[in-house]
Design a protein around this ligand. Structure first.
Ligand SMILES: [Zn+2]
Length: 379
């Protein structure tokens, strides 16, 4: 059986780690183009100046336009060419990082997330959008980032909602990996890049990736609440460090090399509704993970463990929590249809999927979640 596991060449995390950025740039070249939202770069400009001086590298900055579009990629590529930079640095949140990966297109790229809100930084893929914020396409690269650099001091300064959203994204990782393994489905790590998939054939997950996925859930359930409190108070504690790692490294390697299943497909389906779009990726994924557990008839203990945890950190457990005011069967059926298109990861579930079963699982999860919240609040 063909199996594959992929990862960035280096993952490094620590207080004020951005002060070492110059060292990593220096290991790849002499100069870099830093791509990020203006406010994100401004927040760390002082550290960028210091590291550039200390390690004698040239840093050029390119303010990110805000959306990961093909035009934005073209514009930034041109700046990189004009400046003749050796390395692309993606700094900030998901879209700036994804854009920087597409600009680098498999060449030297260092990723510096300023939040730990989702698990994409370590991956060899990016999502492109249209100018009006609609999904455009996935991009896959020949390799994962050269370095993923997490400055925990910067991350702890960000609103705690980001860290909590990252935990929501991480909640999905083990359950999706488990379903992928049970159905013997393929994993993203088998995609060498966008061009050579057919030449090499697909690949299944490894024990290594499965172990990381399992660990990601264990850490979230064990340390998530304390990490949220730390982030509320902008503190770097061991619990916060554990969660930054779980959200980024464990979950990142887990999803890419152990597989996605129903949760992320239903998340994609939710885009047909209006309310959920007001919430972060990971916040929506917390709810769609709950839906996956209902869909697969998971043990009661798993379902209530998830609900208890989500409530404790403020993650959504119902559609009402995602601003869906009224649950209409016809609308939910549209969500389910989108989640069940043939390319979707929902077909990695270990049983046959029907649109109706998915719609009913969404509605059932919503009802269980609302009921649970009501009971807790009346206690
Ligand atoms: Zn995700």
């Amino acid at each position: 059986m063909r199996k594959a596991f992929i990862s960035p060449s280096k993952y490094v995390q620590g207080e004020d780690e951005l002060l070492n950025l110059g060292f990593y740039i220096q290991s790849l070249g002499k100069s870099a183009l830093v791509i990020g939202n203006k406010e994100d770069i401004d927040r760390v400009q002082d550290k960028l100046d210091k590291t550039a001086e200390k390690f004698n590298v040239e840093l050029h900055r390119a303010d990110f336009g805000g959306e990961a579009t093909r035009d934005e990629v073209k514009r930034l590529k041109k700046i990189a060419e004009e400046k003749g930079t050796d390395v692309i640095v993606g700094l900030g949140g998901g879209k700036a990082i994804d854009t920087s990966k597409v600009v680098a297109d498999g060449h030297n790229v260092i990723v510096c997330p300023t939040i730990a809100a989702q698990d994409a930084p370590t991956s060899h893929s990016a999502v492109l959008y249209t100018a009006d914020h609609q999904f455009d396409d996935y991009a896959y690269f020949i390799k994962n980032p050269d370095v993923v650099l997490m400055d925990t001091t910067v991350i702890a300064q960000a609103p705690s909602r980001f860290l909590v959203a990252g935990m929501g994204d991480t909640l999905a990782t083990y359950y999706e990996a488990r379903a992928t393994r049970q159905s013997n489905s393929n994993v993203n790590a088998g995609l060498p890049n966008g061009y050579h998939t057919k030449a090499t054939g697909p690949a299944k997950g490894t024990n290594a990736a499965m172990t990381l996925a399992e660990k990601s859930l264990e850490v979230i359930l064990e340390k998530g609440y304390e990490a949220k409190i730390a982030a509320d108070n902008n503190l770097v504690t061991p619990a916060l460090e554990d969660i930054v790692e779980a959200n980024t490294l464990l979950s990142g390697l887990g999803f890419e090399s152990a597989g996605l299943a129903a949760s992320h497909a239903i998340y994609n389906g939710l885009t047909v509704l209006e309310g959920p779009g007001n919430y972060y990726h990971g916040e929506q994924v917390a709810f769609t993970t709950f839906v996956q557990l209902v869909l697969e008839n998971a043990p009661k203990s798993e379902i209530y463990e998830l609900l208890d945890f989500s409530m404790s950190v403020g993650l959504p457990i119902s559609l009402a929590d995602l601003d869906v005011k009224e649950v209409k069967y016809e609308e939910i059926l549209e969500v389910a249809k989108k989640a069940c298109i043939s390319e979707e990861s929902i077909h990695s579930m270990p049983f046959e999927i029907t649109v109706e079963a998915v719609a009913q699982a969404i509605i059932a999860a919503d009802a269980i979640g609302r009921d649970y919240k009501e009971k807790k609040q009346n206690k």
